[in-house]
Write a protein that binds this ligand. Sequence first.
Ligand code: ADQ
Length: 494
Amino acid sequence: MNVPETRLVAVSNRLPIALSRGQDGWEIKPGSGGLVTALAPVFRDRGGLWIGWPGGADEDELKTLLRPASQEAGYELHPVFLSEEEVRDYYHGFANEIIWPLFHDLQTRCNFRPSYWYQYLKVNRKFAEAVGFHTRESDYVWVHDYHLMHVAHFLRELGVQRKRGFFLHIPFPPVDIFLKLPWRTHILKALLEYELVGFQTLRDRRHFVQCLQHLRPEIRVSGRGPVILVRVGGKEVRVGAFPISIDFAGFARDADARLVADAAWYIHEALPERQIILGVDRLDYTKGIPERLEAYRDALQRFPDLRGRTTLVQVVVPSRVGVGEYQALLAEIERLVGQINGQFTISGWVPIHYLYRSLDRKELLAYYRVSEIALITPLKDGMNLVAKEYCACSLDGNGVMILSEFAGVAAQLHRWAIMVNPYDVEGVSNAIYRAYSMPHEERVSRMRRMRNMVRRRDIFWWVNAFLQSAQASGLHDFRFFEDYIPELSFESEV
Ligand code: ADQ
C-alpha cells in the first residue's frame, strides 16, 4: 500500500533548532533530544512543515534567521512565540512539573498548580491557531508529545478541519497513577479528538485503554494487534503502538567514517586494556544515573577483577538547567562520582570518566563504537534512542547491552540484552560482571540480532507505520506490521 504524498506537518513544543547568542547576534544550530534525532532525517528526506516554539530570541530577528535555516534543513520551519509567563507555567510548570513526572510514575514530584493548567490550555490554543493559519486541508497534521495533547481539541473549536494524529513520546502511566491528575477526564477527551493516537509500546497503549475504560465506561474497543479501534460518542479513534527508532543506516555509515574511527582509536588508546562501560543520558531524574553509579560502585566492591580492567564513561547532557530539582540531581551525580573515584582510584586507573556536556556527533559515535558495554538503566523511559544508536554504531558487533526493563526499547531488545531492574543495585552490579565476562561469540551473536531488529524497524519504518495506520481504510490493512506482535511478547511478562 502506498501512502499518498500529502504534505507532512509536525507540531511539537520545540522547533528542531537550538538558538544561541553569538558575537554577531543569534545563531542557529540543530536541536538535540530524542524527538529531533528521530524526526529530522524524515523531514530532510520528504520535506514538509514543522511548527514549534523556537526558544528565546527576538521575533523579527528570528524570522529572518529561519528562512535560511529552513532552506538548509530542506523543510519549512514556522515559529510559535511564547511569552515569559507562558514558558514558565505551560512549559516549566504543566509539562515539566506535572505531566513529565506523573507519566514516569513519579507522582511525588508533581506540582498540580491550577494556573499551570490554564496556561497549558492557552498555549495549546495558540498552537492550534498557528496550525489553522499555516496549513491547508490536504495536509497531514502530526502533533507530538505531552505538551500539546489539546491541539486537536482546539482545532475542532476553531472549526479547522485537518487529518490529524498524535504521538506520545513518553510512557503512558497505569490507571492508579493517571487518576491523580486533576484534569484527567479533559486530557482523555482531548486525545480522542485525534483520528489516530500512537504510543511507544503495547504496554502504554494498554494503560491508555484501561484509563478510558475506567473514566469513560461507555467506550467500545475492537480489533487486536498493533492498531485497535476505540468507539466513543459516535466517533472512531485508532489507537496504536509504534516503537520509535533511528536512522539506522545513517548512524552506521557515520560511525564507519574515518574521523569517527580515529576518535574511537584515541579514546581506547587513552584507556588501554580495559572494557569501556558507557552511560549516555540527558540530565534527568528518570534516567537512573545515581542508581547506576551505585551499581558500579557495588560491582567494583564485589568483583575486584573489574578494578583496573573497566572504566565507566558517563556522559551527561545538560538539560533543564534552570530548574532546582535538576541542579540537585547534578550535585548528587557529581558527589557520587567524586566519592567512587576517591574510593577506588589507583595510580594509572580512574574508575569513572564523567563528561557533563553535549557531545558533537563525531565524539558521540566514537564513544558508541568503542564501548564494549552499554549501561542503559532508566527508571522509566518512553523508548530510549541511545540503546538503538549504540546498536547501529557497534560495527564490530562486540558490544553488550545492559538494559532496564522499564525502557520502552526493552519490548524489542529484551531477548538479546541483559535485562535489569534499575532499582536493584546488586542486580545491575551482577549484570555488569556478567557483561564483562561474556564470551566473544555470545556477544557477537546477541549484538547481531539487536542490530537486525533496529535495522528492520528504523525511523522510516516508524513513520510509514504511523502514516499508513492513519490512512488505511480498515484495520485489516496493516501488512507493514508482519511479525510485529511476537517481538513485543515481553510486555505481557512485565
Ligand atoms: P529523550 O528523553 O531526550 O527523548 P532519548 O530517547 O534517550 O531520550 O534520546 C536522547 C537523544 O539525545 C539521543 O538521540 C542521543 O543521541 C542524544 N544525545 C544523548 N547524549 C548526547 C550528547 N552527550 N551529546 C549530544 N547528543 C546526545 C524522549 C523520550 C524517550 C524517547 C524519545 C523519542 O524521553 O523515551 O525515546 O523522546 O521518542
